[in-house]
Design a protein around this ligand. Structure first.
Ligand SMILES: Cc1cc2nc3c(=O)[nH]c(=O)nc-3n(C[C@H](O)[C@H](O)[C@H](O)COP(=O)(O)OP(=O)(O)OC[C@H]3O[C@@H](n4cnc5c(N)ncnc54)[C@H](O)[C@@H]3O)c2cc1C
Length: 380
């Protein structure tokens, strides 16, 4: 076996590791990817209407991390794109995150003026205040505003997303939902915001274009990679190199402690015979329909086409072997379950766990790239 590293999965976690090991350390790397393409969940392709679509849901790159931005800039040009989202509430589209712009969309000018003045007085202009804080405000009108945002924009969306009743939504997650004390209508406020000019797949092709890297697509690594007596075997032989595993940890250990819970999505694309379907890249539907949002990709990657491609996202339960595990569901129980698997993995010297599945945590793209760069430094 002429390889130093075996990497399972060709998403950002696996691909960044492969690129660093091959180009920085001259290591021989073999990647096994069970899907028929590279890029993991960031994979995109041009569809029948000529629109570049993100096959696993809209992916917007945004970061404060200059190192990550500069690293990726070595593999792609960027299309400057600043994401905006609206929510369909009471029959009209309103800007989110909730800001002064939204205040004047949903309330009459007199009421909006009062609330704006109170928000500035209490939290300052150009800041962020969490919905949680607003709901706990002493001022009755600010408190009512917090309730409004919670009820109209947040709670039913979250309940739909996670498949739980609204009453079971954990108020603690509200701590992360901001209300902006400005007119800013951008969804993210990060310094760097863009999408790869020629798409994510092209970025991954460039990342992986190195003579030391070989890739096998459409292969489930768990058919050839086995653990016997705390040793790794690949294609029946003891593997002495290092395995970087970015797949599901419970699957690696044959689900011996049960299946880890995830939330999945049914992603339904539609090609519409009209130039544009909606005014925005993303419209959220917090309070109606079974889907959570509609994305129109032409707003993200502009192209001239008489047709528009849209994507409706229907959250659904994850069933092992039937659909894709998108979001880990970290509860006290599942974290404990994961830790038991992680303890098994720790007993194997030449096994490294990396990525949203193997580490059982949600990572944005910039976070997983940063994490892979760190793990590379630790390993070498
Ligand atoms: C709907 C959705 C929208 C998102 N939007 C954004 C966004 O706007 N901005 C942002 O920054 N982040 C976003 N993300 C997060 C982003 O997708 C992740 O940060 C990124 O995909 C993590 O990379 P990864 O390599 O850890 O995982 P993945 O991309 O999932 O890659 C893991 C790869 O391993 C492969 N694999 C698993 N098991 C095996 C096996 N046994 N054998 C072979 N191969 C295997 C899988 O097929 C997969 O290709 C979004 C995620 C989702 C689900």
């Amino acid at each position: 076996m002429n390889m130093d590293y075996l990497i399972i999965g060709a998403g950002f976690a696996g691909s960044v590791m492969a690129e660093r090991l091959a180009s920085r350390c001259d290591k021989k790397v073999h990647i096994i990817e069970k899907r028929p393409h590279i890029g993991g969940n960031c994979y995109d392709e041009v569809d029948s209407s000529g629109v570049l679509v993100h096959r696993y849901g809209p992916h917007l790159f945004h970061t404060e991390n200059r190192v990550v931005y500069e690293y990726l800039s070595g593999f792609t040009q960027w299309h400057n794109y600043r994401h905006k989202v609206v929510a369909h509430v009471d029959g009209r589209n309103i800007a989110i995150p909730f800001s002064f712009t939204t205040l004047y969309q949903v309330f009459d000018d007199v009421k909006a003026d009062v609330l704006k003045a109170k928000l500035i007085e209490r939290y300052g202009e150009g800041n962020k205040v969490s919905v949680l804080e607003l709901r706990e405000a002493e001022d009755e009108e600010l408190k009512a505003l917090g309730e409004y945002v919670y009820e109209k924009i947040f709670v039913h969306y979250t309940a739909k997303q996670w498949g739980i009743p609204a009453s079971e939504v954990n108020p603690a997650v509200l701590a992360r939902v901001p209300v902006l004390t400005s007119y800013d209508t951008h969804y993210f406020q990060d310094t760097y915001q863009a999408v790869p000019q020629s798409g994510y797949t092209r970025l991954f092709e460039t990342l992986l274009d190195h003579p030391n890297i070989s890739i096998a697509l459409g292969e489930d690594a768990l058919e050839t990679l086995k653990i016997i007596d705390k040793q790794l075997y690949y294609e029946g032989e003891r593997f002495e190199g290092t395995v970087i595993f970015t797949g599901m940890l419970d699957a690696l250990f044959d689900h011996c402690y049960g299946v880890l819970p995830y939330r999945s999505l049914d992603l339904r694309f539609e090609v519409c015979d009209q130039e544009y379907y909606q005014d925005n890249a993303v419209v959220n539907y917090p309070n109606e329909h079974e889907y959570t949002r509609i994305t129109e990709f032409k707003h993200i990657h502009p192209v001239k086409s008489p047709q528009a491609t849209i994507l409706k996202e229907y959250p659904q339960n994850y069933i092992n072997g039937k659909n894709i595990p998108y979001y880990p569901m970290p509860t006290e129980d599942s974290k404990e379950q994961y830790e038991r698997y992680a303890a098994l993995a720790q007993e194997i010297d030449n096994l490294v766990l990396l990525g949203r599945l193997a580490e059982y945590r949600y990572y944005d793209m910039d976070d997983i790239v940063a994490r892979a760069l760190d793990v590379f430094e630790e390993l070498t």
